[in-house]
Design a protein. Structure first.
Length: 300
């Protein structure tokens, strides 16, 4: 899947939401990211050149073969061979890890062969793209325009395109339309193959108890006396544990009605007793600064 849109249209919001959902609801699926997310995202595996070289060094020590990371940057006749060896060995060694995993790549154009043909990361990504069907891996690549992507090593393997558009009618929300697509080599373009797109509206600023809940402020005893027994129990759990998610809270309080608990937690959030995290809190967005300032202005 490639995610395309001009700047500030919610590409990262959608992509992190999708990767987080896959990880949460399909237990055991590994997520590989080429950037460090925020803490609420949970466990992930880094996907970058430093990790790749480190793993190859371990492989070379065990097998007795010599793979020198310095050969990546040396501009000599052996450069292409060293890079191909690096990329193919890493992809082969990690096939088990990549099986049924999610690979989310920001700035997808950087991995394209037409941008940097001797990049070990580009060759590795190209190899993974070619065998994605055998690995059962979901590759999410973010780029402003599909024309930035390589017509040889990428576009022929794209099955879906997600187009994001920031909504003017709803605050902090993006509209995502997902189309089935196919690359037509004669025209050199991706063509839509589905009659209707799948649509998602994602509000990045809405409270999400499933990401994390914590006490917003210390509740005085006089205010505790006015709360229900369930609200008091929730505050008691959060005093013992700094931050929990909705599932953990449900297990600690032995509550089966998750929807009712979620509604209560959000009501306590709006009453300024609890702090619920948001989709924005999953990732390091370049747009966060302007969003925070706009939220403060709206509140003021």
């Amino acid at each position: 899947m490639i995610v395309t849109a001009p700047p500030r249209q919610g590409k990262d919001l959608w992509s992190h939401w999708l990767a987080w959902k896959q990880k949460r609801y399909f237990q055991g699926r590994r997520v590989f990211l080429d950037e460090k997310p925020r803490r609420p995202f949970g466990l992930y595996e880094p996907f970058n050149e430093a990790v790749m070289v480190e793993e190859l060094e371990k492989m070379s020590e065990q097998s007795g073969a010599v793979v020198l990371p310095k050969e990546i940057k040396r501009k000599d006749t052996k450069l292409a061979d060293a890079v191909k060896q690096l990329g193919s060995k890493w992809a082969t060694a990690n096939e088990v890890k990549l099986q049924n995993a999610i690979l989310y790549l920001t700035e997808f154009w950087r991995y394209m062969h037409n941008r940097n043909p001797f990049s070990p990361m580009g060759i590795t990504v190209g190899g993974i793209i070619k065998v994605w069907g055998h690995l059962g891996i979901l590759i999410i690549g973010v780029s402003q325009f599909s024309r930035e992507l390589d017509a040889i090593s990428c576009l022929p393997y794209v099955t879906h395109e997600a187009q994001c558009k920031w909504m003017m009618t709803e605050e902090d929300s993006t509209m995502v339309r997902i189309w089935r697509s196919m690359y037509v080599s004669a025209k050199g373009v991706l063509e839509v193959r589905s009659r209707k797109p799948i649509e998602y509206r994602i509000n990045g600023a809405a409270p999400r108890p499933e990401l994390g809940i914590r006490l917003h402020r210390e509740i005085p005893y006089s205010e505790l006396a006015t709360l229900s027994e369930m609200e008091t129990d929730i505050i008691g759990v959060l005093r013992e544990q700094e931050q929990v998610d909705l599932r953990t809270l449900s297990a600690k309080l032995n509550i089966l009605d998750m929807s009712g608990l979620r509604g209560l937690v959000i009501a306590m959030h709006h009453a300024d007793r609890l702090k619920c995290l948001r989709w924005y809190d999953l990732y390091n967005s370049k747009s966060m600064v302007s969003i925070v300032h706009r939220e403060r202005a709206n509140r003021g």
